[in-house]
Design a protein around this ligand. Structure first.
Ligand SMILES: Cc1ncc(COP(=O)(O)O)c(C=O)c1O
Length: 370
């Protein structure tokens, strides 16, 4: 059986080289594994030019574990966090803050609107108790790109900490710590670096981390403890995801050999353009206008035809070799297609052909909402 192509925001399709990097077993105490961890952390920091003021703290688990660890470690118990909410991953941050017992101020936005720096500015001016801004960069629930540089400038102007969920943008959309101030930037192994899932990481401002001792209510999620142990021993505190890290090392080597961030962004932009133009030719409509669309994942309106049913549509496209992703919007019926992973525009064109054949099979005639 050939692997299906994953058109999802992670796990995603990985290269044969990345998969084969997992064929070796590593001893977690061994010098070679210690060097593997150190080299990956060095490269993760360099991708966002954060060598001067930041450190990298890796953490076992999926991306959400790292988001929760960053919020729980960096926001003190009496802290208050502003969240501009334009989608499901923003809402997840608000839920996490609730579990952590940290106060949240939510600025509701429509899901088709980018987070508004002027509203964030006004909210920070109005409430000096707000200690941090938590911002999702690419809101993967819709695929919208939020204006991170402008939001970072507003947070810096007010002297508040900025915690960025860059899960689906890191390594593909430029983020530069030399021109943008942040206390923490969170991402994971299995996204735009095209590693396998299983490890998150936080690029944290050293000074902010040093101030955060004692904030975390959880031992496993305490980034200060993880970082201090790593500094002292070169090792992870608890069983590390050895094979995930080895795959990530290989994925970063390939990323660098392919031309780093500009090349990754160019490939994903091409993938996204091929997907959108092909789907529009079939009559599909995108949820977002092109100007707000990040080249990561695209939300399409579901066809209004009574014969459309996502489960059946999904199954038939899957039988043709492509895995789609359900929509995450509450008000409108949608589905999503990812542009990221070890795939090129040709793969997206084949996926569009599979969608066309599926529409035909299911007898779906009305694709656009006109
Ligand atoms: C913006 C964003 N934040 C957080 C997450 C959560 O990551 P995970 O599903 O790995 O926990 C995702 C996953 O796609 C994401 O896109």
């Amino acid at each position: 059986m050939t692997d299906p192509i994953l058109l999802t925001p992670g796990p995603l399709t990985t290269s044969a080289q990345t998969k084969s990097a997992m064929l070796l077993d590593w001893g977690s105490w061994d010098g070679a594994f210690i060097e593997l961890t150190a080299s990956v952390c060095r490269d993760l920091i360099a991708i966002v030019h954060a060598q001067d003021e930041h450190v990298c703290v890796p953490l076992q688990g999926s991306g959400t574990f790292a988001v929760e660890a960053a919020l729980g470690t960096l926001v003190p118990k009496g802290g208050k966090v502003l969240v501009a909410d334009n989608g499901s991953y923003c809402k997840r941050i608000v839920r996490i803050l609730g579990y952590l017992g940290r106060a949240a101020v939510v600025l509701p936005h429509a899901e088709q609107d980018p987070a508004d720096p002027a509203r964030i500015d006004a909210a920070l001016a109005a409430d000096p108790q707000i200690t941090h801004v938590a911002q999702v960069h690419c809101e993967t629930g819709t695929g919208i790109l939020n204006p991170l540089p402008q939001i970072a400038a507003v947070a810096a102007k007010h002297g508040r900490g900025l915690i960025v969920d860059a899960m689906s943008s890191y390594a593909a959309v430029p983020i530069d710590a030399r021109t943008m101030r942040f206390d923490a930037l969170i991402a994971a192994s299995g996204k735009c670096l095209e590693g396998v899932p299983g490890m998150g990481f936080v690029i944290a401002r050293r000074a902010a981390l040093e101030r955060s001792s004692g904030n975390s209510c959880s031992l496993a999620m305490d980034l200060v403890d993880q970082w201090q142990y790593l500094q002292k021993t070169g090792q992870w505190r608890f069983t590390p995801p050895t094979h995930v890290l080895a795959a990530l090392r290989s994925a970063i080597d390939q990323y660098q050999a392919q031309g780093g961030l500009p090349a990754r962004l160019a490939r994903y932009t091409e993938n996204c353009a091929a997907l959108i133009s092909g789907m529009r030719a079939l009559g599909f409509e995108t949820f977002l206008p092109d100007a707000l669309q990040a080249p990561i994942i695209v939300t399409f309106h579901a066809p209004p035809d009574p014969k459309y049913d996502f489960t059946e549509f999904y199954r038939r496209v899957r039988d043709r070799g492509f895995i789609l992703y359900p929509g995450k919007l509450t008000a409108v019926d949608t589905f999503r297609v990812g542009c990221i992973g070890a795939i090129g525009a040709d793969t997206l064109r084949r996926a569009v052909a599979a969608v066309a054949a599926t529409l035909n099979d299911m007898g779906i005639r009305r694709v656009g909402r006109e």
